[in-house]
Design a protein around this ligand. Structure first.
Ligand SMILES: Cc1ncc(COP(=O)(O)O)c(C=O)c1O
Length: 479
């Protein structure tokens, strides 16, 4: 057996050992920053080492600093794990080491993206002929989609932003929901549109953009180019902006573009049972989602979809003389994202979608949501607990008041005391290690945020985690 084959087999064993241990290890890291630096750091040796030793050592050194975020009881942020086929396809992606920038240097990489693009447009129910870019994540997907929007609204005013930049360009008004994800603001920042010069539209108690407030805002913008950013899946509540009303208001403007950030929420559109949440999705001009979240594909994997493929192409294409561009049906991926040389992200996506199939995908999304409801129900009757959101998707917001008795009636504790108690419960759960979830601030209230997005999470995981959360809450309350 060649040395390389031995190394890859040994590495596969290391990976399998890790994955098989996910269920048993604490979810949190067990080493401090200083300990990790001490173990990994030091001067780079002058002499190289044998690959097998390097990899075995890396696995041992990194282990205490790994978070079991791809395990079944990680409910922090909106993370997701890796479906078996997606992980394996990701390994092959590295082994094949294709440069997926151009068709000519990666035909299979390009075709995998082409096929997946068609599947995704179909699964999400988006307009046929929409173009798709495979980015690092939702941040760059929103950047990509909004760049396409910026192109089109300025082009309608006779301005070529790719050639001439923004200095001296007609003004673009940007409208976002008050609860837009921070990465929308970052995308605007990178596009020269500014994080703060946006018109913010009030949201309702679930963080959904209010269409009446949007109409009021748009009434003053009729003469301008306008980009409107809506959201399918609020990162705290899971709530969906009402797209039918939003799209109708945007369509009344002569020169407007509607973008939807559905980093995780877009996947609801793939489920017959949940599709109603994303009603009106196909009315928008562009969409962002992540495959590394709820599709459970390894990092990194974001997706930008744009109805106006010409605008998307114009905004992203590199077009350089020495590149051998295709002229036929073949797809050069570098035309659809802000990258040239890039990883062949289509392969793990292709594998994940085939492993699940249309039905399996819907079932996985629905299962996450029913587990989220189960966790909310399991916590709802605990003393002092309030579930702050309508659990419509996979997100649950929990607040813990420091009641001393098990009668579920709130003490006289003020908001600040409840905030600090909630944070203490979150810290206790994180230290306990049965599961991991993070905190957030929702409408000026500290809250625990539970996100269910991992393919391997079972009802038993949910129940064990609920028991741990209840136990920690009781311990913190001194009961
Ligand atoms: C609604 C929303 N948009 C955008 C993002 C950013 O995604 P990424 O980290 O993949 O760039 C997130 C991440 O949680 C999100 O929930």
């Amino acid at each position: 057996m060649s040395d390389r084959r031995t190394l890859l087999r040994q590495t596969a064993d290391l990976a399998a050992d890790y994955l098989e241990g996910l269920d048993r290890r604490p979810v949190h890291a067990t080493a401090t920053h200083d300990e990790l630096v001490a173990a990994m750091g030091g001067a780079l040796p002058d002499r190289g080492e044998a690959p097998g030793e390097v990899v075995a050592d890396l696995a041992a050194i990194a282990e205490p600093g790994l978070i079991a975020s791809n395990g079944p009881r990680f409910f922090g942020f909106v993370i997701g794990g890796s479906l078996p086929s997606a992980l394996a396809a990701d390994w092959l992606t590295s082994a094949w080491d294709q440069n997926a920038g151009l068709y000519v240097i990666g035909p299979s990489a390009s075709v995998a993206e082409e096929v997946v693009a068609g599947w995704l447009i179909d699964l999400f129910g988006l307009p046929e002929g929409s173009s798709v870019g495979f980015s690092t994540g939702a941040t760059m997907a929103s950047f990509t989609a909004l760049a396409a929007g910026r192109h089109r609204v300025l082009e309608r005013l006779g301005w070529n932003v790719e050639e001439d930049g923004l200095i001296g360009a007609p003004d673009i008004a940007v409208v976002v929901g008050a609860e837009a994800h921070v990465t929308i603001h970052v995308s605007l920042q990178m596009l020269g549109l500014g994080r703060n010069r946006v018109h913010k539209v009030a949201a309702d108690d679930q963080g959904r953009m209010r269409p009446d407030a949007l109409r009021e805002t748009l009434a003053g913008l009729r003469e301008q180019a306008v980009l409107v950013c809506a959201q399918s899946g609020n990162v705290n509540t899971g709530g969906f902006d009402p797209l039918p009303e939003i799209a109708a208001a945007v369509r009344e403007l002569p020169n407007a573009w509607l973008h939807v950030d559905g980093a995780f929420g877009l996947w609801a559109a793939t489920s017959p049972a949940l599709r109603h949440l994303a009603a009106g999705l196909a009315e928008a001009d562009s969409w962002t989602t992540d495959a590394h979240k709820w599709l459970n594909v390894p990092y990194d994997s974001g997706i930008a979809i744009v109805r106006d493929a010409a605008a998307h192409h114009q905004a992203m294409t590199l077009g350089a003389a020495y590149y051998v561009e295709t002229t036929g049906a073949e797809r050069d991926p570098y035309n659809w994202v802000a990258e040239s040389s890039r990883r062949a992200r289509g392969f793990p996506l292709y594998a994940a979608l085939r492993e699940l199939g249309r039905d399996g995908l819907a079932e996985m999304i629905e299962r996450s949501c029913s587990i989220a409801r189960r966790m909310a129900d399991g916590l709802r009757d605990a003393p002092g607990v309030t579930i702050l959101n309508d659990v419509v998707l996979n997100q649950v917001l929990v607040r813990f008041a420091p009641v001393a008795t098990a009668n579920n009636s709130s003490d006289d504790a003020g908001p600040a005391a409840i905030d600090s108690h909630t944070r203490a419960v979150i810290a206790a759960v994180q230290a306990d290690g049965t599961c991991w979830l993070g905190g957030t601030t929702w409408h000026e209230m500290a809250a625990m945020r539970i996100s269910v997005s991992n393919w391997s999470t079972t009802e038993a995981d949910a129940d064990v985690s609920v028991a741990a959360i209840r136990r920690c809450a009781e311990a913190v309350a001194g009961r």
